[in-house]
Design a protein around this ligand. Sequence first.
Ligand code: ADP
Ligand code: MG
Ligand code: ZN
Length: 327
Amino acid sequence: MEYEVVIGLEVHAEMATRTKMFCSCPVVDSTQAEPNTTVCPVCAGMPGVLPVVNKQAVEYGMKVGLALGCTINHTSLFDRKNYFYPDLPKGYQISQYEHPLASDGLLVVDTSKGEKAIRIRRAHLEEDTGKLTHVEENGQNYSLVDLNRCGVPLLEIVTEPDIRSIEEAKAYATTLRGILRALGVNSGDMEKGVIRFEANISVREAGTDVLNNRVEIKNLNSFRAMERGIAYEIDRQIKIMESGGTVAQETLGWDEANGCTYTQRSKEDAHDYRYFPEPDLPPLVVDPDWVHRVRASLPELPRARAQRYQADFGLTVADSALLVADT
Ligand code: ADP
Ligand code: MG
Ligand code: ZN
């Protein structure tokens, strides 16, 4: 049988604002700063505190949404996504769920087979978690918690399951990163974890349009990890199908050292998070004038620049891509 891979990507991008999403703590480089030095009662999740939305983060989110051809929704809502983890002191993450800031966009990328349009389902605002460092020392295992990253603005950008190859996934990821950098909303520094990828992957018989059970690989921190993780999963899923089995819907981690995925948990559903409207924040309303001003302020994006070089200077697609590629 011939197989075809179906991929949807979720990208978490920190918004490079001066301060955090819901408090005035500065955003610092979480790989450099002294741990737990930029924390206040709001981002540490103390009882009785009140979040206040960072307007710059909303504007950055709008920039990305507009650059991706999304509709910026006049009214969006913040929700609480409830779960326990030691890097999440509140016990919930403020996110957007049914009513995101931006929806229904399109990103066109170049591949060796030509142009490919990938639909963007949504882009929503949320807050980052803290960082855990797992230590193994003198036969003892423990974890260190750093809350500096807690509450840093994050934009989650989710595609429709339109990606059909590793090459397309990579083209999407690099093109999106280039846009974020061109907009000045994210440094693109993957080693610092300011962009993280999650890949949803399923395999089906080529030529059909069923959506089979998928797995989600979490926290792919480099393009290479993303490529390797997807390749590993395609292989694993095809083997299961060839032996007559079905792929279990689950959430996987990526083991970089051993080059394989591993089960983290069976796939959680939205209802497991008990989403409910964030009672401490009013609906987020963006005035159409504001959207117009942000749209007018967008810089020329890398792909448009490459096309201009082709038209004006007769450069090839490959040469112009090289000129606008970021490092
Ligand atoms: P949620 O994460 O809220 O459950 P969805 O499951 O609808 O949302 O989609 C999450 C991501 O998984 C999206 O990027 C979507 O395109 C992708 N996706 C959904 N179904 C499949 C599938 N069968 N195969 C591959 N990717 C999928
Ligand atoms: Mg997800
Ligand atoms: Zn704070």
